[in-house]
Design a binder for this molecule. Structure first.
Ligand SMILES: [Mn+2]
Length: 249
């Protein structure tokens, strides 16, 4: 059994159809490398045999931000613009999440990734916060990569609090969807000032989701660095145990 190699971290791709590209945000690659692991971008495919090879290959998975989750998956209607959605990503993410849960390999779900997991496990989303939720906070507005859009309250006794050791924390915000009905497997670990769920985890499982983008703040925000370090540590510990046990991130 190899125990000395670096953890390999899969990163879900984003479709950039107009140019024929599939991309990942460069910050993810850098964050993973800086924390001592190896980033691996997944191909955008619904081919389950191919995805299973990546499940085998990767020690942890980052569900990156990206397109909106197809509202039809939680009983709502799609908007008119088909560019909002990526059905291939929905399919592949569902397969990856199931396989990683089965193998107990850690998942770090960011923004759309967290929203997708909520839908995948039976929850629903606000398809557009500004239309469906009364708030003074502009969650979708571009405040800049490092711009603090709002505070979150981090709940004590949760894995997120264990990692960042703060109850109030300023975060960026680039989302117009949000959790409406939370999936029953989830527990809340962070809430925004206006009451939206901004962080979730699954008790006893190495799964953490946040709605902000710690990858964009990795250079100058100690807490963002702690989140990636904790995730990579969880992957490393899982490898040492031969992949049959796990730790919460
Ligand atoms: Mn927000």
């Amino acid at each position: 059994m190899q125990t000395s190699r670096k953890p390999r971290i899969g990163i879900m791709p984003i479709n950039f159809e107009k140019m024929g590209f599939v991309v990942v945000r460069e910050h993810f690659l850098r964050a993973v490398i800086d924390c001592g692991a190896v980033p691996i971008m997944l191909p955008r495919t619904g081919n389950k045999d191919t995805l299973d090879e990546f499940v085998e290959l990767c020690d942890g998975m980052i569900l990156s931000g990206g397109h909106d989750v197809n509202p039809e998956l939680y009983g709502e209607e799609k908007a008119d613009n088909p560019e909002f959605y990526d059905d291939v990503r929905d399919v592949m993410e569902g397969h990856i999440v199931d396989a990683f849960m089965k193998t107990k390999k850690p998942i770090f779900a960011i923004c759309r990734g967290m929203q997708f997991m909520n839908v995948h496990f039976g929850g629903t989303l606000y398809t557009d916060i500004n239309k469906e939720y009364k708030t003074n906070i502009d969650h979708p507005r571009d405040h800049g990569f490092h711009g603090i859009a709002h505070n979150v309250t981090v709940l004590q006794g949760t894995p997120l609090y264990d990692i960042i050791s703060r109850t109030e924390y300023g975060v960026n915000s680039f989302h117009h969807q949000a959790i409406k009905e939370m999936a029953s497997v989830f527990r809340v670990c962070a809430v925004s000032e206006d009451g939206l769920i901004e962080g979730v985890y699954i008790p006893g499982e190495p799964v953490l989701g946040v709605q902000w983008h710690p990858e964009l703040m990795i250079d100058d925000d100690a807490e963002s660095r702690k989140l990636f370090n904790a995730f990579i540590d969880a992957c490393q510990n899982n490898m040492k145990k031969g992949g049959t046990h796990h730790e919460c991130i």
